[in-house]
Design a protein around this ligand. Structure first.
Ligand code: NAD
Length: 497
């Protein structure tokens, strides 16, 4: 029997004592101000714990210890094989603490325990492992400059890096920043989203057990406008790796301009189109369209949130999606068979409901779902929803809803579908469903998005870069390209004659 079926999650939840202090310089500490903020279980609405609310003073303290650790060379000057061994030990410890980490993630975010166990924790461990394994395999360059000089191009760690992350995939997204930043030899300060701090603090405990030197990995929990802003404005942070909304991403560029021009990597929002042509394998497309919008309750940056479907097959596709809407129905996240959990907060649930209402005012019709459910639990659950009769100029087609709400737009000619897909301020991901692979490639080439799937959606691997075009951000997470955000290239010119 699998871990998810074997474990009694409710009794484990009762015995769990989540850490709630910041982790700075190798110590778990309260915020200097002594202030805290609450974190709630989205599936019950109940308080889990109060967490240290770090502000500018705590961020400054974390930057000082991170800088000292960096300058001392205690981490960046380790032999590559030694740094690799420590990171591998950390990833192994993450795997060994699968149940606890998965439970923390589920209690804090409302995502199904099945997903936390099978996706979130293993992906986090694998990402750190992957970057650890890169450390002693990356070579520097010699520029081809003729016999009279030796021109070395070497990659160096940038220094003190901060990662500011959202609540939808706390462990996974953190690992995409931690992996390259620490593998390259930097010091890192992680600021989790205020809704989802618990797993980051457990990661810190395991980092210390693995042997990561004090000051090299720090966690400063806190509110965005306090801890987040202090990171953005700090004059001694060299790079910020941000994942979150486009609105806050824009602020990080301003913070950088107003402070020390720190490098800013941005992984932002999306409104990713899913083009289904009349030649598509509709059964397969129906399953993927359903998962692409409803997985993680639609709280996924690259959720396939705009269905652009050929008019002649829309009804057929909807019929094929109905069984998926029934199967992907929300329930108690601690139940091992639950496929969809809760939305992150009451405010967020209200915001998604507002969009369902707005869509109808704009002329859309609810084709599936549309209601809040399971109110008796105290949690925040919504039915898998589809709005039809949507036009791409409606707000529900242009703005990121970040909930389980698909908008369906019909088209007649393929050029029109491509134009609709590209008519968005976002460009994170897209998909095209078409059996004619040449046609599919031609469409993929025209789509302005960081990832384009052909006859698939959300297939992903740590060795493929991930990031956006347009206002979905810049820079790439995952793959070797992620090192670009956390390293400097140094040219050392040696004159030989
Ligand atoms: P958010 O932008 O509100 O918050 C993200 C982080 O920024 C949090 O840690 C938060 O505390 C911090 N923050 C908030 N306000 C701040 C401020 N004024 N100054 C500094 N920091 C601040 O995003 P969210 O609601 O946590 O997450 C949802 C968003 O994240 C969606 O837009 C989603 O598309 C995006 N996202 C993008 C990706 C990607 O890889 N492109 C992945 C996941 C989520």
């Amino acid at each position: 029997m699998s871990v998810v079926m074997q474990t009694n999650w409710r009794s484990l939840a009762q015995s769990l004592q989540p850490r709630n202090q910041a982790f700075i310089g190798g110590k778990f500490v309260d915020a200097l101000s002594g202030r805290t903020f609450p974190t709630y279980n989205p599936a019950t609405g109940q308080l889990i714990t109060q967490i240290a609310a770090c502000d500018a003073a705590d961020v400054d303290k974390a930057v000082q210890v991170a800088r000292r650790a960096f300058d001392s060379g205690i981490w960046r000057d380790l032999k590559p094989t030694e740094r690799k061994a420590i990171l591998l030990r950390w990833s192994q410890l993450i795997r060994e603490h699968l149940e606890e980490l998965a439970l923390l993630e589920t209690l804090d975010t409302g995502k199904p325990i099945k997903e936390s166990v099978s996706v979130d924790v293993p992906s986090c461990a694998s990402a750190i492992q992957w970057y650890a394994e890169c450390i002693d395999k990356l070579y520097d360059e010699v520029a081809p400059n003729g016999p009279s000089s030796l021109v070395l191009v070497t990659r160096e760690p940038i220094g003190v890096v901060a990662a500011v992350v959202p609540w939808n995939y706390p462990l996974i997204i953190s690992s995409w920043k931690i992996g390259p930043a620490l593998a390259a030899g930097n010091s890192l300060i992680l600021k989790p989203a205020e809704q989802s701090t618990l797993s980051a603090l457990k990661l810190a405990e395991l980092a210390q057990q693995a042997g990561i030197p004090d000051g090299v990995f720090n966690v400063v929990p806190g509110l965005g406008p306090e801890a987040g802003q202090a990171i953005g404005l700090h004059p001694d942070i060299d790079a910020v790796l941000f994942t979150g909304s486009t609105e806050v991403g824009r602020k990080f560029l301003e913070y950088s301009a107003r402070s020390n021009l720190k490098r800013v990597g941005l992984e932002l929002g999306g409104k990713s189109p899913h083009i289904v042509t009349k030649d598509a394998d509709l059964e397969k497309a129906a399953m993927y369209v359903a998962y692409a919008i409803w997985y993680n309750m639609g709280q996924t940056c690259n959720a396939g949130s705009r269905l652009i479907v050929h008019r002649s097959i829309k009804d057929q596709l909807f019929e094929l999606m109905r069984p998926w809407a029934r199967r992907l129905y929300p329930g108690d996240p601690l139940e091992p068979t639950t496929e969809l959990g809760a939305l992150i907060s009451a405010e967020h649930c209200d915001r998604v409901k507002y969009y369902i209402e707005l869509g109808q005012q704009e002329g859309a019709r609810v084709a599936f779902g549309g209601r809040q459910i399971l109110q008796e639990t105290g949690g925040w659950f919504l039915e898998p929803t589809v709005l039809e009769n949507v036009h791409n100029d409606m707000r529900v087609a242009r703005e990121e809803i970040f909930g389980p709400v698909l908008v369906a737009i019909e088209y007649d000619e393929l050029e029109e579908a491509v134009a609709i897909a590209n008519d968005s301020e976002y460009g994170l991901a897209a998909a095209v469903w078409c059996r004619d692979i040449t046609q599919a490639h031609l469409v993929a080439r025209q789509l302005r998005a960081g990832t384009v799937w052909i006859n698939a959606f959300d297939h992903t691997s740590i060795n493929a870069p991930f990031g956006g075009y347009k206002q979905s951000g810049h820079g790439r997470d995952k793959s070797l390209h992620a090192f670009d955000k956390v390293t400097e290239l140094k040219t050392t010119w040696v004159e030989l004659h």
